[in-house]
Design a protein around this ligand. Structure first.
Ligand code: GDP
Length: 607
């Protein structure tokens, strides 16, 4: 059957990706050949043809040759991914992701080029558990493949002996349990003789379990991605260019779950929320809903400012947000991955700079030597690490939602590594995020919605934070900014940290910085909720705290202006840097133009 024919009559059937791993010569190709032959997947007469060719050439027939024959056929212009072999059972279609060299396989797995849902681990009954068998077990575990069938092959070579089989099983079971894998089945087989692959064998009468095919059919399909919680990484935000039309289309591909018009959605890491007004697909009519696998554009009821890299979810089933995450990573780079060095991490559509925060374990993939002490990750090493990102990102543990739980690491222009997220590691803003989200959930609202308030005022609420060393004149800039805003009929208010210390903070110690920052953020949040443009400046709160405040007042947008010479470097969250200069009005002019270009003002100061 050709690939095209197979595709055509496979519509509506389940497909499962399977990887077959094992030490060289333990019988992988033979097993695959057998599966193809015994499931009738090969074209009519193909098996006989290959057998005939062997006879003519005087060489012994091998089931592995069937793969070569198939490859030749695929070379004849039939479009099919050459790395994949298909076979089918009454239940479903299988795609075998051929894994000739494990490095290649790992590379494909970590970069997402290939994805296996289940694995068959082969062990040669004659040779027993090899170092490589262990390594494969560990790698499957690291890659998050939990559905594993172990086939003890070449049982014919040990006289179909039950004792040999049981010894291998007990040895390997103990090891796999160590790495967190409990195989569904251990099956004695002879791939060459076709015993216990598709059919039972009288020689293995002592074995009562399933055949390889039965075991595969017994594995469960992963929940279809559309039944998972909604995840849509934002690819791009397009503005309508029509005059006076300030709508935006948020474009992306739904990686998991579904989305409907009228639904409330949350953007993370920004924490902004809105309601879906329309769902559109490229040159297609509007539609009421969409699901995983579809690329769509979404318009919202409010014009919130979101960017590429955020993940759209439902407020009650969100991804994690942090600057830290614990990962399993496979390194391909020529240069070792080392602490202190900066890399680019890509997860979904997000890209951010990361460094190694902590190394838990590094494992050499070629000999499975684990070291707790190794302080860098060499080429082809597998590592258990904590990564720290420059900016918070949204992600899931791969075990929960694989689509938003894998990443690649780019060094220069090359993919230098990749892996899966094991779990969130709380950073120092996690508590703040959680508190704000809980506060927002139960917040009592008046009858005026924020967008209605903004519409009447002619501008949205937002926060402008001025930072810089004392003496840079930020207070003078803040005063002038507030005055210009109010005089051009904006609701604006100057919030100076000192005023909080005099009143709201009168009961706490001056060195309780966390609480000072928290209260500052909460007061700012109230003013923002009242629809104001909050212009803040304070010497009481450090530069790093602006990130905390941004987190706390989200989804209200902030704009951080740093006054200081370029040479000093910028605080992380800076949106605009300005040289401190005597001409206050021109500095205010620059800030106003920037705010206007972000559509945060009622007057266009750009003219
Ligand atoms: P791979 O390197 O894992 O793909 O292994 P192959 O499938 O090429 O098999 C290696 C050798 O083992 C070949 O000569 C096969 O004929 C032989 N072999 C594979 N399965 C069996 C089996 O069940 N019994 C015996 N006796 N030989 C087998």
């Amino acid at each position: 059957m050709s690939a095209a024919a197979r595709g055509a009559d496979s519509i509506g059937r389940d497909t499962m990706n399977v990887v077959i791993v094992g030490h060289v010569d333990h019988g992988k190709s033979t097993l695959v050949g057998r599966l193809l032959a015994d499931t009738g997947t090969l074209g009519d007469g193909k098996l006989e043809k290959v057998q005939e060719t062997c006879r003519r050439q005087g060489k012994q027939f091998e089931y592995a040759f069937l793969l070569d024959a198939l490859e030749e056929e695929q070379g004849q212009g039939i479009t099919i991914d050459a790395a994949r072999v298909f076979f089918r059972t009454a239940l479903r279609d299988y795609i075998i992701i051929d894994a000739p060299g494990h490095i290649e396989f790992l590379k494909n797995m970590v970069t997402g080029a290939a994805r296996a849902e289940a694995a068959v681990l082969l062990i040669d009954a004659n040779e027993g558990v090899q170092e490589n068998s262990r390594r494969h077990g560990y790698l499957l575990s690291m890659l998050g493949i939990r559905q594993v069938v172990v086939a003890v092959n070449k049982i014919d070579l040990v006289d179909w002996d039950r004792g040999v089989f049981e010894r291998i099983v007990s040895e390997y079971r103990a090891f796999l349990a160590d790495v967190g894998i409990s195989p569904r089945q251990y099956i004695p087989i002879s791939a060459r003789e076709g015993a216990q692959v598709a059919e039972r064998s009288a020689r293995l009468a002592w074995y009562e379990g399933p055949t390889v095919l039965e075991a595969l059919d017994g594995l469960s399909k992963q929940a279809p991605s559309r039944d998972l919680p909604l995840r849509m990484p934002v690819q791009d935000v397009y503005k309508f260019n029509e005059h006076g039309d300030d709508r935006r289309i948020i474009a992306g591909r739904i990686e998991a779950g579904r989305l409907s018009v009228g639904e409330r959605v949350l953007f993370l890491p920004s924490g902004k929320a809105a309601t879906v007004r329309t769902i559109e697909a490229f040159s297609a009519p509007e539609r009421p809903d969409a699901h995983a696998g579809e690329s769509i554009g979404v318009t919202l009821d409010e014009q919130i400012y979101v960017t590429r890299g955020e993940i759209v979810s439902r407020p009650d089933a969100t991804p994690s947000v942090s600057t830290k995450m614990r990962v399993n990573l496979f390194w391909l780079g020529r240069e070792p991955m080392s602490p202190g060095k900066r890399y680019r991490l890509k997860l979904g559509t997000a890209a951010t700079e990361v460094t190694i925060d902590q190394i838990h374990r590094v494992l050499d993939a070629s000999n499975l030597d684990a070291t707790e002490t190794k302080q860098e990750v060499g080429r082809h090493d597998v590592a258990d690490l904590v990564l720290r990102a420059r900016q918070p990102i949204a992600f899931d543990a791969a075990a929960d939602i694989e689509q938003t739980g894998r990443f690649v690491i780019v060094d220069g222009f090359d993919i230098a590594g990749g892996g899966i997220v094991r779990e969130l590691v709380a950073d120092d803003l996690n508590q703040r995020r959680l508190e704000s989200r809980l506060r927002d959930r139960d917040w009592v609202r008046g009858d005026i919605a924020p967008d209605r308030r903004a519409e009447l005022a002619g501008h949205p609420a937002s926060m402008v934070m001025l930072t810089g060393a004392s003496g840079t004149g930020k207070m003078a800039v803040a005063r002038a900014l507030e005055r210009r805003l109010v005089e051009s009929r904006h609701g604006a208010y100057l919030l100076n940290g000192k005023n909080l210390v005099l009143g709201v903070d009168a009961d706490i110690e001056f060195d309780d910085v966390d609480e000072l920052v928290r209260r500052f953020g909460e007061v700012a949040h109230l003013l923002l909720d009242a629809g104001l443009i909050v212009v803040s400046t304070t010497d009481f709160i450090g530069v790093r705290d602006h990130k905390a405040i941004t987190t706390q007042v989200a989804p209200f947008p902030t704009f951080v202006v740093h006054l200081g010479p370029e040479a000093e470097g910028l605080p992380e969250a800076t949106d605009l840097r300005a040289d401190p200069r005597p001409d206050i009005e021109s500095m205010v002019g620059v800030i106003l133009r920037e705010l206007a270009s972000r559509r945060r003002l009622r007057v266009d100061f750009r003219g």
